[in-house]
Design a protein around this ligand. Sequence first.
Ligand SMILES: Nc1ncnc2c1ncn2[C@@H]1O[C@H](COP(=O)(O)OP(=O)(O)OP(=O)(O)O)[C@@H](O)[C@H]1O
Ligand SMILES: [Mg+2]
Length: 250
Amino acid sequence: MPEAPVLQTIDLCKSFGMVKAADAINVAIRPGELVGIVGANGSGKTTFLNIITGYLKPDRGRVLLLGEDRTGLPPRVITKLGISRSFQIPQLYTNLSVLESLLLSVAAEAGRGTGFWQPLHRRHWIDQGLETLDRFGLKPYADRAVSELPEGGRKLLDIALSFALRPKLLLMDEPTSGVSIEDKFQVMDILMKVVEETRLTTIFVEHDMDVVQRYGRRVLAFNDGKVIADGTPGAVLADPEVRKAVLGRA
Ligand SMILES: Nc1ncnc2c1ncn2[C@@H]1O[C@H](COP(=O)(O)OP(=O)(O)OP(=O)(O)O)[C@@H](O)[C@H]1O
Ligand SMILES: [Mg+2]
């Protein structure tokens, strides 16, 4: 039997007043897939991630995670199931050092709740934290305050925190937003290397078509809460409807 999709949505709908932010979304993501989501501002990309991760309840439809119906469960339960997410704006404790931030995530993964400072004294957790930082190119910053990181570094750290939870599905909302054009590809190179080396099932939302074209293996295009195209980057980005809706040109 083929493996169950890591994520399957069935007829997902969510409206805010008159705005249909999710309009009958049917998507299945198989293990190991690397999927980019494109769409204009307000097309429903973040709403889709919010519904999957329990930040929003759908008006209708279902979310299956690893083959089980998990619709409407709260975010902390979804995280425990192995669905990890980074946000459009990184949510970091800027006063902590980069390594301390990471260790908090490692401690959370180990189920240490309130005793979270304990791992600071546990060599193997520190080593694990440093290994993760190294994967994300952040080891040289380990002892620096998070506030000292450049924007690209903050984005990488935010995603490293999600990664430290050893997720089965990683969701990234605009991993390069706010990062300078020169640094974008460097950030994506690091992220995609981690994803491919660990064969992590990943969905990333991205505005920049060049980034999607280069890194997506499969692309979903959103418009008005609907998936209007689903396929290889080449096919989706050449689709006239996508070009009109996403790029505003034919
Ligand atoms: N909590 C909310 N309350 C009211 N309206 C909302 C809410 N969240 C999203 N919306 C609306 O739903 C639509 C989809 O928003 P969403 O944030 O999903 O878009 P997006 O594709 O992520 O856009 P962006 O590229 O700007 O991040 C928009 O019209 C937005 O204004
Ligand atoms: Mg968004």
